[in-house]
Design a protein around this ligand. Structure first.
Ligand SMILES: Nc1ncnc2c1ncn2[C@@H]1O[C@H](COP(=O)(O)OP(=O)(O)OP(=O)(O)O)[C@@H](O)[C@H]1O
Ligand SMILES: [Mg+2]
Length: 500
């Protein structure tokens, strides 16, 4: 596919740390109660804990206590990364508001929203990728190539993890947060069995022509350069699969054993068995796929302006793993950015790798707080590269990308101006007062829909509204982004970043 729709869903970890000097020392709010505080503005805004907001994305609180943000449908990788970052901001704003409310209720402390994949109790939560693919893609061929790619992708896109010692292994640094929590290669369930690729068939598009590929294996990334490599490389591998070019045989004998083994061997030299016979290392599998992608791009041409950057970073990351010279990538790839920090702090303080301060440091890397979070601190110090501008992030909070998300954004914000209630999902748009006129938009690339325009025209005169762009609308409070409306104040003072 020349153009593709992407979306990423992120589940966040939540922690409440009470202030030391109060009646309930030691214990924070239980996670479910904390999640309810966090989502109170969401429920007030949308009368549900499952809502779509004007930037086209979805905020969702399931029965558990891990709030989720699913980006709008994006046709451009930078839009995708910006929408994902906007989700972090929204969660941060909600956390700020929750902190105030919790304090008002007499329970002062700090709320942490973590964009990671394991909590201290060992529970795992996900970062799910969605790729629109043609229905004609042969599924057996797809999984034969994509599974070994995804299983080894952690060496180029893992978020890194300080692994504490247990009975069998010493404390060490691993590529991935999520690898130890995958249980199956392919399946149609997401929570119980945790497959790498989920086959549940919900295309949110014309089911006759398309599928939505649901990839469950990735780590949540903080770094935008790592995100670019993660989604960009996956798209390129998918393009090769879709084009039907021969890709070689990398199919693994035991995907689940392999994904764990690879995660815990930072040299990239752990050997995994290939189904067709013999053994290969993660670096060899990635190199094999990269070479084929390079040939494919040389023959077909680049299909967007970031392809060259993706291929260069992919190649350099593999070299960094092979040579163990992580300085080649330690401002661009999450696991290496984090490892550099962990190594430095360990050396400065004389801490051994399993020390609880270093486990905390690992968590603090994923704190979405723009000042307190360690990734963001490193970014400000030039130790993590950034491809998004602040303006792009700000825009992504309110402006939907030019896909079907723009139709949804227009629908939601206009209805709000006229005080009309709606129900929407990725495909459906309904005005509660006109249920029989609900509109289905099956094409995720469509950024305008005449039926929706006609429906909205029935609400009243939209001339003045049309003249305002999204920024202007939100400035005038016409289309309140959730965040603008509910963030009352920034924290009184910036919190101290932990440890460093
Ligand atoms: N046609 C499409 N192709 C690819 N991605 C899509 C398409 N339509 C929507 N998406 C993206 O898929 C994601 C759907 O997220 P959502 O969490 O609602 O789905 P889900 O994981 O299948 O459902 P749930 O979380 O309820 O189990 C979003 O990021 C969205 O942008
Ligand atoms: Mg989801």
């Amino acid at each position: 596919m020349d153009a593709r729709i992407y979306g990423v869903e992120t589940e966040f970890g939540l922690i409440h740390r009470p202030a030391a000097d109060q009646q309930h020392p030691g214990r924070g709010l239980p996670p479910d109660e904390l999640a309810r505080y966090l989502f109170r503005p969401v429920v007030e805004f949308g009368r549900s804990s499952n809502i779509f907001i004007p930037n086209g994305s979805r905020l969702y609180l399931d029965v558990g206590s891990h709030p989720e943000y699913a980006t709008a449908e994006c046709a451009d990788l930078i839009d995708l990364i910006a929408s994902d970052r906007a989700g972090e901001r929204i969660m941060h704003h909600l956390a700020t508001a929750a902190e105030h409310r919790i304090a008002t209720d007499g329970f002062t402390g700090q709320v942490y929203v973590l964009k990671n994949n394991v909590d201290s109790a060992g529970n795992s939560y996900g970062s799910h990728e969605n790729y629109l693919i043609p229905r004609t893609t042969h599924f057996r061929r797809l999984s034969g190539i994509l599974l070994p790619f995804l299983i080894t992708r952690q060496i180029i896109a893992g978020a890194g993890r300080v692994v504490p010692a247990d009975e069998e292994t010493q404390a060490h640094f691993a590529f991935s947060q999520r690898a130890d929590h995958m249980w199956e290669g392919i399946s149609s369930a997401t929570t119980r069995s945790r497959p790498i690729i989920n086959t549940r068939d919900e295309p949110h598009a014309d089911a006759a022509t398309h599928r939505r590929l649901h990839v469950i294996v990735g780590d949540s990334n903080m770094s935008s350069t790592t995100s670019l490599l993660r989604y960009g490389s996956t798209d390129l591998v998918l393009r090769m699969i879709e084009a039907g070019v021969p890709v070689g045989d990398f199919e693994l004998e035991n995907p689940i054993a392999a994904i764990r083994q690879i995660s815990h061997d930072l040299t990239g030299q752990a050997r995994v068995r290939i189904r067709g016979g013999g053994e290969m290392t993660a670096v060899q599998i990635q190199r094999g796929l990269l070479e084929r992608v390079q040939r494919f791009v040389a023959a077909q041409g680049a299909h967007h302006e970031r392809v060259e950057q993706i291929l260069e970073l992919w190649d350099r990351t593999l070299t960094a793993v092979e040579t163990e010279d992580h300085s080649l990538i330690d401002t661009e790839i999450d696991w290496a950015i984090k490892k550099r920090l962990v190594d430095e702090v360990a050396a400065q303080r004389g801490l051994s790798l399993g020390h609880h301060r270093l486990l905390q440091l690992d968590m603090a890397y994923h704190d979405v707080h723009p000042e307190r979070g360690l990734f963001h601190l490193l970014r400000r110090r030039g130790r993590a590269q950034e491809i998004l501008t602040e303006q792009q992030v700000q825009d992504a909070l309110t402006v939907p990308p030019p896909t079907r998300a723009a139709v949804r954004g227009e629908f939601l914000s206009t209805a709000r101006v006229f005080g009309a209630e709606t129900t929407v999902d990725w495909v459906h748009h309904k005005l509660i007062e006109r249920p029989l006129e609900a509109v289905m938009v099956k094409d995720p690339f469509a950024d305008r829909d005449e039926r929706i325009e006609a429906l909205l025209d029935k609400l009243g005169d939209r001339t003045a509204l049309r003249e305002l762009d999204y920024q202007e609308r939100s400035r005038r409070g016409v289309s309140p982004a959730l965040t603008d409306k509910y963030v009352t104040a920034d924290p009184d003072q910036l919190p101290e970043p932990p440890v460093i």
